[in-house]
Ligand binder design. Structure first.
Ligand code: ADQ
Length: 476
């Protein structure tokens, strides 16, 4: 059996109390079953470049990590990855900062990480690279002579070509994607936007799930990421989950609660959400004193200015709504900037009558799936979900909203809060079926099967290997 080598920007932490971020949570859940090597950044920054590899065992996994130098951290991580690619891929061209030095940092880190990984690779490895940090990674590995199957999974949306072309290096990035064998996207729409770029921008061709361009062929499919639904369901009734549930319900004293859980990020639509809650209290006065919003949002990327601004804005907005509507025994918005362990989080979801998940744009959104998994099937809460989360393509039995429409969201909240038990149960049953079938195992096994089949195609002389660039990056 092939060994799995996973590459992602951050590795771990394996300790789940320290994790708040979809990619880390999904990868830990996926890798605990498959085992293998997990390679990436330690999360530590050193003043000078230091490419020494740290190896550590964690059950069936070997963690292989390196530090980033202060320059790489600025140029690659805060710079090109999080100030150029992240906003652009979430359709926020207005927030994109582009700087050639940052792009050079991005190239430098992709090349040096590939160089560090190369000696660890074995004959039968399947290499699975994750997310927007490493779009150049396969090209760098190929230059070093790697001929193993390499797949890429993009956790965030793929932008429309009109937006992608605003980035000076768009063609170089897309060309590098053709050094992978398999490209995985969250939704069919994301995959189709990639195909659209290939056809319309660089004159490539698309046949079925294969794109051909730059003398290379790549297979591109959608693999919607899931959660470990069975385990998360158990978390909600674990001792810790039950404890959180009980203390939350005691505190609510018969009132209802809407919950939002997000990394503090401008893509998550938090100001719009606070506005919608305020509109609910304005337009539905009977809800005053009867429902509160609990927003949990641990800080994220706090060295990037936009994230600092967002944090200040939200504090101001929560203060404004509370100042306007609070009673001595009722606080409308409770806003917490902290993380919770998984079991505790599951208990909080279960205690909440509405799960409010309203990103302006999101690759998938695991919180929506976790909220569903944590509910009591006999008396479930209602998921209110943005149409612009990848999850909305699967979770069609949620109450679907447009996060730019504050009035529409307020009305949807009222509908969710008043929804009869029968309808809540029906919707929940359908949602639970979906997240249980298309769970994290399904995601991992379908992706790895696709990656494995590349190898078989290669052995039988399939076109993919024939097109693969040689060690100098040249293709036939
Ligand atoms: P994220 O943008 O981080 O993920 P999401 O998918 O919602 O978004 O995952 C967040 C994860 O962090 C969830 O598992 C959630 O439980 C956890 N989390 C958030 N706040 C927390 C808190 N306060 N305490 C504890 N845990 C917390 C990226 C993409 C998404 C995509 C995922 C996976 O942006 O679109 O769904 O990767 O591919």
């Amino acid at each position: 059996m092939s060994r799995l080598v996973v590459v992602s920007n951050r590795v771990g932490p394996i300790d789940d109390a320290k994790r708040a971020g979809g990619l880390a949570i999904a990868l830990v859940e996926a890798l605990k079953t498959s085992g293998g090597v997990w390679f990436g950044w330690t999360g530590e920054v050193t003043p000078e470049p230091d490419t020494r590899l740290k190896l550590e065992s964690a059950g069936p996994l070997t963690l292989a990590t390196v530090d980033l130098s202060a320059d790489d951290y600025e140029d690659y991580y805060n710079g090109f990855a999080n100030s150029s690619l992240w906003p652009l891929f979430h359709f926020r061209t207005g927030l994109v900062q582009y700087d050639r030095q940052n792009f050079e940092g991005y190239e430098r880190v992709n090349a040096s990480f590939a160089k560090t990984l190369m000696p660890l690779l074995q004959q039968d490895d399947l290499i699975w690279v994750h997310d927007y940090h490493f779009l150049l990674f396969a090209e760098e590995l190929r230059k070093l002579g790697c001929t193993r199957p390499i797949g890429h999974f993009l956790h965030i949306p793929f932008p429309p070509r009109e937006l992608l072309t605003t980035l000076p290096h768009h063609e170089q990035l897309v060309k590098a994607l053709f050094a992978f064998d398999i490209l995985g996207f969250q939704t069919e729409h994301d995959r189709d936007r990639f195909f659209d770029y290939v056809r319309m921008e660089v004159g490539g061709s698309v046949l079925g799930d294969k794109a051909r361009c730059f003398g290379r062929t790549v297979t591109a499919r959608h693999f919607p990421i899931g959660i470990d639904a069975a385990t998360f369901k158990e978390f909600a009734t674990s001792d810790e989950g039950q404890k959180q549930f009980t203390s939350m319900r005691d505190m609510l004293r018969g009132r209802k609660q809407i919950i939002g859980v997000d990394r503090l990020d401008y893509t998550k639509g938090l100001p719009e959400r606070f506005n919608a809650f305020e509109r609910l209290l304005e337009d539905y006065p009977e809800k005053r004193g009867e429902v509160s919003l609990l927003q949990v949002a641990p800080p994220s990327r706090s060295e990037v200015t936009e994230y600092q601004d967002l944090r200040a804005d939200l504090e101001g907005m929560a203060g404004h709504v509370n100042g306007r509507f609070a009673e001595f025994n009722w606080t409308p918005i409770r806003y917490l900037n902290r993380s919770f362990a998984r079991q505790a989080l599951a208990g909080l979801y279960r205690a909440s009558h509405v799960g409010l998940v309203t990103p302006l744009r999101d690759g998938m959104n695991l919180v929506a799936k976790e909220y569903v998994a944590a509910q009591d099937a006999d008396d479930p809460g209602v998921l209110v979900l943005s149409r612009f989360a990848g999850a909305a393509k699967q979770l069609t039995d949620a109450v679907i909203v447009n996060p730019y429409d504050v009035q529409g969201m307020a009305d949807a909240l009222a509908q969710a809060l008043d929804m009869p038990l029968d309808e809540r149960r029906q919707r929940h049953q359908a949602l639970l079926k979906n997240i249980s079938e298309e769970d994290i195992d399904h995601w991992r096994t379908t992706f790895i099967a696709a990656l494995g089949s590349v190898e078989n195609a290669g052995i039988t002389g399939g076109s993919i290997h024939a097109d693969r660039p040689d060690r100098n990056g040249n293709v036939a």
